[in-house]
Design a binder for this molecule. Sequence first.
Ligand code: ATP
Ligand code: MG
Length: 426
Amino acid sequence: MSHAIQAVRGMNDLLPDTVPVWQRFERAARDVLHAYGYTEIRLPLLEKTELFARSIGDVTDIVEKEMYTFEDRNGDSLTLRPEGTAGCVRAGIENGLLHNQVQRFWYQGPMFRHERPQKGRYRQFHQLGVETFGMAGPDIDVELILLCARLWRALGVDGLELQLNSLGTLAARHLYRQQLVAYLEAHRAELDEDSLRRLDKNPMRVLDSKNPALQTIIAGAPNLQDALDAESREHFDWLCESLRAQGVVFRINPRLVRGLDYYSRTVFEWTTDRLGAQSAICAGGRFDSLVEHLGGRPMPAAGFAIGLERLIELLTREGVNAAAQAPHLYLAVLDDAAGRGALGLAERLRDAGLRVQLNCGGGALKSQLKRADRSGAPYCLLYGGETEHQGVALKDLRSGEQQELPVERAIEFLKGRTATAVTTFD
Ligand code: ATP
Ligand code: MG
């Protein structure tokens, strides 16, 4: 036997026992997104490297060290998407979806970042992302946050903290940056290597450092909120007031900046204290300059992305009850001669709206009944042998009771027993 090949580090299999929780999330998310009028967009996993370099910014963790970049057979540099916003904007521009229109998109799928794998941090992970275009006011920022809050409620997740900040306009940020650089220069000796590099190229990103040794310096840095321009201030105040009016609790965190360069004005994050260091579940904000930056006409935009592994971990811890959709019945085949007939019977049962798992590959009755139990079905139908021409035997797997009856009666009986399950089947 040759050695077994293992998965790539940081890239996980989602096994059938966890997938029902993902599906439960997906159903809830779809319902909530529809309730707000968002439409799904599906985008490639691979994009030109240039797209991310230009949109995310050179001096970010992602572009500096996390991207899966390679040359394809034509010598073109391609990158597995580390996030979804850049591709969504690219697609919007390329397909003429952003011109003179308002759009509300969502997508879900895998993202790839070459990070150090640990709990809540993987090299392939999943995001549900939402991007809106063409709306400059704070009302859409509020809508995005209300949408998240509704989703948490639908999933039964509580205890998330909403943190808010405003990054202001580019011009306001420029002024703030000067104050920040002066402050950080004064603490140069205490900064780590990453921060020193950022200090020269993109000092705001020092505030985003995860290094515990830097947290005191970061806490003492000039306050971005004090540096806001009047319009951004007004935008932010309107947002905060509207959230209060809707009963959404939040905390203003003046150190909150995003890992990506293209944000402006509103930024927000939903965090939890239940998952250790990987506390951010959802991050978003406005990126008013990105569309133009990627070659489109100027167009305001705002969105967010939820980290699904972290959210699913929370759901699982809270004991979300998401049983797999077990079959309604297991169809056991009593002798080889009945095999073909059983295939036909299984189809008839499915036509009647039942979920049927058919015993394939033969086996003694005892082992078929074991498989029936393992399938989670409440009933087993025994087909073939003595009863082949007169009817079937129906076994209640919970009570062990068994009765012989004509096929039609069995179908009627099972449909009656599973009526609720059949009508709610998604
Ligand atoms: P972090 O600060 O945790 O590195 P980030 O700022 O890099 O997060 P974003 O790019 O804003 O994250 O992505 C949005 C969300 O995606 C995060 O809040 C998080 O829930 C999730 N996420 C980001 N990177 C990973 C990863 N490597 N593995 C799992 N989830 C991730
Ligand atoms: Mg990161």
